[in-house]
Design a binder for this molecule. Structure first.
Ligand code: AP5
Ligand code: MG
Length: 226
């Protein structure tokens, strides 16, 4: 069955952490707008340079740029069986564009998993985050440090701190989330698609809660254990 899932939540809520595991457990493809911009920047493309100028300030990249990038990505064959959207949509205009594009191919959004986490926890998570340059695994110096400082446990790659994870930029990203993205909670609630998940719990608990929320869409092998 094709299903499309959106992970909604503020910066630091755990969208990327959960999307990686959910993709492994469900076979859906993880599409993260922020990761696509960071990859474009590493490749030195025009899109990457443009996105950087917004990301470094904690501002949203203009809708038309993000929408074009995401719709091109979901048109690729590996997305045909369904997608976990991480960090997209983030505005009303993006939500409408996604819905219209999926409808053109008889597709739809099946569930929106909203991760709720209090602000003070978010800032600590963002300030402590370290990401592997090679495999993208995420650590946290406060909660889950890597065994060897600065080195990824999974692949031995170097860990780095995202340039938009300074306290000042993170605070601004939170403000932008509250004004521009939070209204989507109500948008998806009205459509009966929203599942609120307590994102303050530990990572495995959150994964299980997400799998339970998706239960009826999943193959038995992907169901959470009781
Ligand atoms: P993006 O890359 O999407 O960043 P974000 O939304 O700010 O979210 P984060 O990646 O910071 O948080 P996350 O929820 O993924 O948390 P994570 O799992 O890493 O966007 C960056 C920028 O790109 C934007 O500011 C904008 O400029 C641009 N952009 C992207 N998409 C756009 C769009 N659609 N439109 C316009 N512009 C766009 O976890 C965080 C930390 O917490 C980690 O250290 C992790 O290990 C830890 N952690 C996770 N879960 C738990 C837990 N349960 N308990 C304890 N610690 C945990
Ligand atoms: Mg992320």
């Amino acid at each position: 069955m094709t299903i499309n899932v959106i992970l909604l939540g503020p910066p630091g809520a755990g969208k990327g952490t959960q999307a990686k595991t959910l993709a492994e457990r469900t076979g859906l493809t993880h599409v993260a707008s922020g990761d696509l911009f960071r990859a474009a920047l590493r490749e030195g493309t025009e899109l990457g340079m443009l996105a950087k100028s917004y990301m470094d300030r904690g501002e949203l990249v203009p809708d038309e740029v993000v929408i074009r990038m995401i719709l091109e990505r979901v048109a690729q064959p590996d997305c045909a069986a369904g997608v976990i959207f991480d960090g997209f949509p983030r505005t009303q205009e993006q939500a409408v564009a996604l819905q219209e594009s999926l409808a053109e191919h008889n597709g739809k959004i099946d569930a929106v998993l909203y991760l709720h986490v209090p602000n003070e926890v978010l800032l600590r998570r963002i300030a402590g985050r370290q990401t592997c340059k090679v495999c993208g695994a995420t650590y946290n110096i406060y909660y889950f440090p890597s065994h060897r400082p600065g080195i990824c446990d999974a692949c031995g790659g170097k860990l780095y701190q995202r340039s938009d994870d300074s306290l000042e930029t993170a605070q601004h990203r939170l403000d932008v989330y509250f004004t521009q993205t939070r209204p989507l909670i109500e948008h998806y609630q009205r459509q009966g698609l929203l599942h609120e998940i307590d994102g303050q719990q530990d990572i495995a608990w959150v994964t299980d809660a997400m799998l339970k929320a998706l239960g009826r869409f999943l193959e038995p092998s992907a169901q959470p254990k009781e």
